[in-house]
Each structure stands twice: as C-alpha cells, then as structure tokens.
Design a protein around this ligand. Sequence first.
Ligand code: PLP
Length: 350
Amino acid sequence: METFLVASGRPERSPGASVNVGVELTSTYAADGVVNYARSGNPTWNAFEEALGGLEGGRALVHASGMGAISAALSLLPAGGTVVAPDTTYNGTGDLLAAHEQAGGTVVRVHATDTAGFLAALDTAELVWLESPTNPLMDVIELDVVLARAREVGVTSVVDNTLSTPLLCRPLSLGADVVVHSVTKYLSGHSDVVLGATVVGDTERGRELGERLRRHRTLHGAIAGPMEVYLALRGLRTLSVRLERASANAAELAARLEGHPSVARVRYPGAGAILSIDVAGDADAAERVCAATRVWLHSTSLGGVESQVERRRRHPSESTQVPESLLRLSVGIENVEDLWADLDRALSAV
Ligand SMILES: *Cc1c(COP(=O)(O)O)cnc(C)c1O
C-alpha cells in the first residue's frame, strides 16, 4: 500500500518524462481523441482515479465534493425506494436522506451497533447506507455481516469510508458495491481542497454501477477542477505517514482523556485518528473548551495535518442523538505533548 501510494498515477517512465501528471487547463480537446470535452474527463482525474481505485481495490471516479459523490451514490436508489441507514450519519447525508423521505421515499433508521436491526431491515430495502465508523458518534457497524447479507438479498450497499480511508478499511473486499469518500479529508489531507470520490468493484456489477455513477457525474455536472485533483493526488502520496502519526497521537490522547475529570465519555473506535468526547458540562462548557484552545484549530472538517476540534451540535442539522456537549477531535500530526498540554488546559478551564 505504502509503495503503491507513492508510485501510482504517474506518467510512464521514459527519458525526460515528468514525474507528476500535469494540470491541463482546457475545456475541450481536438476531435477524435479519447476524451472530447472536459466535463467527461481529464488526465489529472485519470491519475487520481488510478491511485484511489488501486487503494480501494476497484475503479474510482472523482467528484466535485464528498456531497457530490454521495448524491451520485444516492441516485442509485429508485425514486420512492427504501434505504436503510444508521440513525446518525454525517449530517449532509442525513439531510439528503430526509429529502428522499420528503419526496415520498422511505428511510429505515437503525442504531449503528444494532446488527440484527440492519439484517431485518434489508428484506424490504433497495439500498443500504453505511459509515466506517459513524460520524461523529464513532460507532462501529459490523460491516462484514451487514454487507454479506446485503449481497445475498440483492440490496445495493454503499459505505462512506471517509473516516477510515482504504488503509484502515476496504469495504469492497467486504462485499460493498460502492465506496464514497470526502477526499477533502484524509486523502488530500491538507485542508486546501473540497473534493469527493466514488469507487466500485472491478466486476460486471461494479462496472454497471460505475457507468451509472459516471453518467450522473457528467450530466449533473458536479465535476472537479484539475488543480484540486492535482493537490489531492499530491496529498495522497503521504497518506500512510500522516495517518500513522495521527493515529498514534489519537490513541495516546484517547487513553489520557479517559481519566480526565472534565470528560464524561470518550468515543474512540480503537483505530484511526478521530475521536469524540462528551465534555462533563453543557453546550456552553463545550464551546468554552473550543474557544480556549490555541494549538487545536476550532473549525469544522477533519482529516488535515492540523488538529481540529468542534462541538457538532452547533450545526442545526446535526442529529439530536449527538449530545450537546460532544466535541469531535480530528487529531493531526503535531507533537502529541503539545496537543495534550493545550487540550488539558482548555478542558480544565470549564
Ligand atoms: C466531510 C464529510 C462528507 C462531505 O464531504 P464534502 O467534501 O465536505 O462535501 C461526507 N462524509 C463524511 C464522513 C465527511 O466527514
């Protein structure tokens, strides 16, 4: 994986060849080539898609944002159809699911850890939506069990793999039909682009779904700029070292936070670089923690090299299942002692 991250999506090695793919600023191409108009493709997309597709073990498409990718994946659900989803998901996904309901469709919401509930709900569903783990409650769904049953009963399955990345979880190998990513987060890793991706298996069914996703991207037009994709590919090169350091920092902080008098609960799935904590106090106390940090950046989003903290319920669209005092911590690659000292001081002030 580490070697593939560095080597994939490069121009062929030949005397004088560039080591990186270029950024072609063009809307159209001279007739009779592989691509004729830049809404359908460009060489920078191809390089990124080759890299991400290889990492996930399938075929990738880059989209304008994570939400662009999620919209494309939800287009696989027939109008009026039934989707099964965790009762708490990324809030943008939650809003789209609510819109599906308002348009006459059905959403069956199951608690993330209720595996039997997912299995029972699959019988009447067209599509199942999963996250690895859920954002921001950090609940771990039994993906292998749910995906295997979905495959058995012919329900299309989608996994939002943003929080894990293919280094920690490869949903296609567990039986998922579609993987979606907010490339904005770990894959690009530097908080400088908004971008998304879908990945399908390299099978007959995968190719059929991939064509529908590609058609959605081309016709709905939520396409990425080549410069953003160039930056994402550049960021992807260092994913393994970034995630390794960030995950080690997160594990250390999770252990120390367990005993902190200002922390009522630590929600850490045991791997990865995101954890959430319930501050012992109300929403205002949690907001004061965010305002008091100096190393941690008080901001939304996650997966950058810099550590970020946010009280999720400050967003009106966040699920009411998320406690008012919950802070999501996206742990970066700074020195762990600096992160701890800053967080400990901010928490002790509540
Ligand atoms: C941020 C995020 C998204 C949305 O991605 P954008 O790139 O902001 O459109 C979707 N899913 C998860 C899990 C996210 O964290």
